[in-house]
Design a protein around this ligand. Structure first.
Ligand SMILES: [Fe+2]
Length: 222
């Protein structure tokens, strides 16, 4: 499904404030802040790392959307104290003590659940409900991208930063995605995937991602 999101615009200049407000650290500073091997600031290296983290990017049929989703993750790593490999080590949530599932295990599970749920809904309800599969997949891949700006690593452990206390990841995720030209329908999923979204009317695609996220989170809550 090669959906056209009606986005001929280049990434908006309006959101370059993020670039100016949070300049990426020098490569040396990043290395001292995070000892993970292979971590580098060059966009091409980060892009390859993002593609390794997220094989599900290939599921997005719209090439322009796929590129913008990948660019959002690259931009998040440019601004984050976390390295790509950290996501295979740190817990997916700080709300569950000693959470046994990693960030990537949880996030990839959410993307797989969301895609299969959307496919089933399209199969049985497709005539009654309009569901854009690319939007679901892109939204699920990006739902927690803002967590890269919410965490900090101290003594090898991830914890919420002061920025994270002020701005939870749905907010920073939308800022990152808009800077990279991600369509509003996908930004809506980032904004509404968590509890904050209870205050807005979610699209069908956002409902799917919200439930996929919570069904793989709530069982960990004691
Ligand atoms: Fe989230």
């Amino acid at each position: 499904m090669g959906s056209d999101f009606g986005h001929s615009r280049e990434p908006s200049r309006e959101y370059t404030f993020l670039r100016e407000a949070m300049p990426p650290r020098s490569r040396e500073a990043k290395k001292s802040a995070n000892a993970s091997p292979g971590y580098a600031a060059e966009p091409s290296v980060l892009r390859q790392a993002v593609e390794r983290l997220w094989p599900e990017l290939e599921w997005i049929e719209d090439r322009r959307l796929r590129a913008r989703v990948a660019a959002t993750w690259v931009r998040a790593f440019e601004l984050s104290p976390l390295a790509p490999d950290d996501l295979n080590r740190i817990p997916f949530t700080l709300l569950v003590p000693d959470c046994p599932a990693t960030f990537m295990q949880h996030k990839r599970c959410v993307v797989h659940i969301a895609r299969r749920a959307a496919e089933s809904m399209i199969e049985f309800l497709g005539k009654a409900l309009k569901i854009d599969l690319d939007t679901v997949i892109a939204g699920a891949i990006l739902a927690d991208v803002g967590k890269l700006l919410e965490y900090e690593v101290v003594d090898g452990k991830a914890r919420q930063s002061q920025r994270g206390e002020f701005l939870r990841h749905p907010f920073t995720g939308v800022a990152l995605a808009m800077e990279c030209g991600v369509p509003e329908a996908v930004c809506h999923i980032i904004a509404a995937h968590a509890a904050e979204g209870d205050l807005v009317k979610r699209t069908t695609e956002a409902i799917i991602v919200h439930h996929a996220d919570f069904m793989s989170y709530l069982p960990f809550r004691k």
